[in-house]
Design a protein around this ligand. Sequence first.
Ligand code: CP3
Length: 346
Amino acid sequence: MNDRFLRACRREPVDATPVWFMRQAGRYMSEYRALRKRYSLLEICNNPELSVAVTLQPVEVIEVDAAILFSDLLLPFTAMGLKFDFIKGEGPSIEHPIRHVDDLRRLRRVEPREVLGHVLETIGLLRKELAGRVPLIGFGGAPFTLAAYAIEGGPSTSYQHTKAFMYSRPEAWHRLCEYFADFMAEYLVAQVQAGAQALQVFDSWAGALGRNDYREFALPHTRSIFDRVRGAGVPLIHFGVGATAILEDIAEAGGDVIGLDWRQPLDEAWARLPEHGVQGNLDPLLLLAPRERLFAATDDVLRRAGGRPGHVFNLGHGVVPATPLENVQELARYVHKQTRIPQPIS
Ligand code: CP3
């Protein structure tokens, strides 16, 4: 069994630096695009056989050291009472976003095991299909990012509805985040019980907050998830984008491994997190660069990691659709080649 990803998460020595990529399954792969011609994203996420197939697509053709469950951060929304769809070229769109305190009444208390039982089934099937080839990562969203999607109704650059709500109705804001945290804590523990061997909590929008606001409006709720999931006994990764200014605060909320975007050199970020492993942190757009530049930037990340136990190689955010598959394949191979430590024969 290839366990170098799990070993690195535990900050144990490894035979080569483990690699996986956020959005390693997706539109840059022709097999995925072919399936998407026949099924919508939600159909794939809600069908165990289809999501197993998509999860395995990158595992078959790229030297990745982990698989990540193919699902979406917002998948729980429908069952919660927030009807949404993915609009081509735009991203998620929620039919009736939460804009007023009264809107909170539309949220339903639901059991993750009941409403997302099919996702847990996908995890079980995946463990069988993977048969120890690589470990399986489960995931979920942090309350701030989920609340921001629920309030904005889709992607945003200013987060104005979110912040207006948070600043003017702090009590309702905290109730909303507690609701998401309760659901997520249970959902993540259920993923581990179903077979997930590590978990990543995405707080993709945390970088929108200044430190004081992160600490007041986001940290307590993310921490309440980590506090409840820690007992499940698997490595926990905590990732935010554009969150360089609040890395220590993100780490304080929880996680064994902190996911880094590309904005701060890896060694400088890691120096701020002496008790943690780190995951990252190549700019995903370097996969559109000539090979020479891609490899030079990769060497820089690896040099800054310095072969210290606790580094998981990844991008600073997801693979973009325009990425040539060959570049992803070459990058994974290159990281392994550059970091491989010869092993004794017996
Ligand atoms: O990493 C993986 O391979 C696992 C799959 C995965 C998806 N979404 C599939 C997906 C994961 C881990 C996610 C998480 C997710 N979803 C996040 C957190 C990570 C991040 O990017 O910060 C967020 C914010 C979402 C919400 C979401 N889903 C957005 C904003 C979009 C549209 C953006 C885009 O790239 O078009 C999605 C759609 C989505 N989720 C796609 C995939 C592969 C696009 C593919 C499609 O339309 O077929």
